[in-house]
Design a binder for this molecule. Structure first.
Ligand code: FE2
Length: 385
C-alpha cells in the first residue's frame, strides 16, 4: 500500500502529494440516465425522501429529453430520460440500462478545470459553455472518465437560481419527508480486468488525486470470489472515488456481474452519509427500500471484539443494529456503521450505501467478507455467481 500522509481530515487540504491545479469544492450533482424519469423521480422521492427541486422538459422548451432534479440536504440527483427515438440518450440506456451518466463536480473555474484536465490527457465531453437566465450564469464543461461516465465541472458563483439555467422550479403537492440523507461520502467505479491501475494513474495525472487506501484480493475475498480496490481522493478529501476491478476466484465476482449487465465500466454505488443511521434505515425499510441480508449472528457477537476501545463510545444499541442488518467496522480513529441496498433497478448494477462515520475514515474493510457473502447469496438467486 502506498503511504499517503494525511494531516487533518475535513475541509482543509489533507493529502500531501495531491495537486491543486483542479480545486474541487464538492459534488455538485449526480445525473442518472433512466428509462422513465417521471417514475424514477417518484421512486426516489417516496423511497428515499428526496424533495422536488427543478424540472426541464417539453414545457421549458426541450425537445428530446426531460430531467427531474431532486434534492436532500447537500445531495442533488438529476433523472433524465429521452423523449423520442432520435435522442442520443437511447443508446446509453440500451447499453447500460438505468445508471449514473454524470458525477458533476463543483468548481471555482470550469474553464480552467477543462483546460487543465484536457491538457493532462482527459477526453473532452463538453467544451466550457456559458448558460444564462434571469438568475445569472453558470459555466459548465465536462470530461469522460471510465466507460461512458462523465465528470462535469460546474461553476455557479454568478448564479442564484434553483438549479441551472433552463430549469424551472418544480413545485409538487407530493412531498414525502426526508430520511436524513446528508451528502455523498464517496462514489465507487467498477472497471474491467487489469484496468484499476490505469484509472488510478488517470485520477492522479489528469485530476491531481492521490491514492490513499488500497485493498488487494487477499483482503477482499470470500470462498468464491475476489476483487481489488483503490481509493482515490482529491486534495481536500471532499471527493473520494474508490475504483474496483475483478480478481480471479472460484466463481464469478460481483464486479464481473456488474460489467456484464452494465455493458462495461461505470459507477457501482453511491455512499450517502447520515448522522443517524438507525432512524434513516428504519424509515427506508418502512418505505420499501430493500437491503442486503444480515450477516450471521456470529458477526454481531464479534463486534465488541473488533471495535475494542471504540465500543465504549458506541451510542447505538447493537441489538437494533443487528435487527436492521447494519454492518459495523472500526479503524484507529473510530467506528462506522454502513448498509447496502439491493440494486436500485432491474439490472444488478447501481446501488446505494448508507454510511454513518463515527470518526472512522475507512470504507468498512472489516465488513468486506460479510458484505460480499451477502452479495453472493443474491448472485446465486440470479444465477450469476
Ligand atoms: Fe462504499
Amino acid at each position: 500500500m502506498k503511504e499517503v500522509k494525511s494531516v487533518e481530515y475535513g475541509l482543509e487540504k489533507i493529502f500531501e502529494g495531491a495537486q491543486d491545479f483542479l480545486p474541487l469544492l464538492g459534488t455538485d450533482y449526480v445525473e442518472l440516465y433512466v428509462g422513465n424519469a417521471k417514475q424514477a423521480a417518484h421512486f426516489y422521492k417516496t423511497a428515499f425522501g428526496f424533495q422536488s427541486l427543478a424540472y426541464a422538459g417539453l414545457e421549458t422548451g426541450l425537445k428530446d429529453r426531460s430531467s427531474y432534479v431532486l434534492v436532500q440536504d447537500k445531495i442533488r440527483l438529476v433523472l433524465t430520460t429521452p423523449l423520442n427515438q432520435d435522442s442520443p440518450l437511447n443508446d446509453h440506456i440500451k447499453k447500460h440500462g438505468d445508471g449514473v451518466k454524470v458525477a458533476a463536480l463543483w468548481v471555482e473555474d470550469a474553464r480552467s478545470a477543462f483546460e487543465e484536465t484536457v491538457k493532462r490527457g482527459a477526453k473532452p465531453f463538453m467544451e466550457p459553455t456559458v448558460e444564462k437566465d434571469e438568475f445569472g450564469e453558470v459555466v459548465r464543461s465536462g470530461i469522460y472518465t471510465y466507460g461512458e461516465t462523465v465528470h462535469m465541472f460546474v461553476e455557479r458563483k454568478n448564479y442564484n437560481g434553483t438549479f441551472l439555467p433552463g430549469y424551472q422550479k418544480w413545485e409538487s403537492d407530493y412531498n414525502p419527508s426526508p430520511t436524513g440523507l446528508k451528502y455523498i461520502d464517496h462514489m465507487v467505479g467498477n472497471v474491467g480486468w487489469g484496468e484499476m491501475n490505469t484509472w488510478v494513474k488517470w485520477y492522479e495525472e489528469v485530476m491531481g488525486f492521490v491514492n490513499f487506501l488500497s485493498f488487494d484480493d487477499k483482503q477482499i475475498n470470500t470462498e468464491y470470489s475476489a476483487l481489488m480496490s483503490k481509493v482515490m481522493s482529491n486534495g481536500n478529501g471532499r471527493i473520494k472515488f474508490p475504483i474496483n476491478e475483478p480478481a480471479e476466484g472460484k466463481k464469478r465476482s460481483q464486479i464481473e456481474e456488474y460489467l456484464d449487465f452494465y455493458g462495461g465500466p461505470g459507477i457501482q454505488h453511491m455512499a450517502i452519509a447520515t448522522d443517524d443511521i438507525i432512524t434513516t434505515v428504519t424509515q427506508l425499510r418502512e418505505r420499501g427500500v430493500e437491503f442486503l441480508s444480515a450477516p450471521p449472528s456470529e458477526y454481531y457477537a464479534d463486534v465488541p471484539n473488533r471495535l475494542g476501545d471504540h465500543m465504549k463510545m458506541m451510542k447505538e444499541d447493537l441489538n437494533v443494529i443487528q435487527k436492521l442488518a447494519i454492518l459495523v467496522d472500526a479503524d484507529e480513529e473510530g467506528y462506522l456503521l454502513q448498509i447496502f441496498t439491493k440494486p436500485l433497478q432491474d439490472r444488478p448494477t447501481l446501488f446505494f450505501e448508507i454510511i454513518q462515520r463515527m470518526g472512522a475514515k475507512g470504507f468498512g474493510a472489516g465488513n468486506f467478507k460479510a458484505l460480499f457473502e451477502s452479495i453472493e447469496r443474491e448472485q446465486a438467486k440470479r444465477g450469476t455467481l
